[in-house]
Design a protein around this ligand. Sequence first.
Ligand SMILES: [Zn+2]
Length: 188
Amino acid sequence: MSTRRAFVITVPHSTCPIKKSPTHPCDTAAILGANALLAFLPASRTYVRVGETPRDDIDLNRVQSRATPFRKSIRNLVRRLKLAYDEVVILDSHSYPKKLERWQGRQLYLMDLDPIQAWVKRMAMQLATDHKDGDVVLCPAEDTIADILLEFREAGHKGVVIEWCEKLTTDQIMQYAQIIAEFVQRRL
Ligand SMILES: [Zn+2]
């Protein structure tokens, strides 16, 4: 029998502050990416959780935010889903500005804690091959900056951080999301 999976899409940085900030205060394409994934995943088994605190106030993807309502609600959701499904898969959606020097010109980053899980490597290869102009980079994330993933990996769940470039068109995001959604349903 095949594995019954539920999916939890988290968007910790989608809420922007009212005042302009000189740093990268919020992920403007992360919610587009989350909605695109949602469109290709089974609605009855897919949940999206969006953080409502700007990261300048508290960064919801850091260990310091584990006691916030956002993090507690994800934790409770995942615990509940684990009772009903064989696996819960976390897709943590983020985005970065196209001018970000470090990641300049690239379209999509998949990030995992070190060591990178085998299925994440396979998914990166799939994305690079199947997307018609796929430009995907796979890299390790530091534990300290990817705390949602860290928390759920510690609890034995599968997960990955997806970083969409904010220059991507909606069509491009949809194409990547479709490949990711098909992969996590059938090829994990
Ligand atoms: Zn982010």
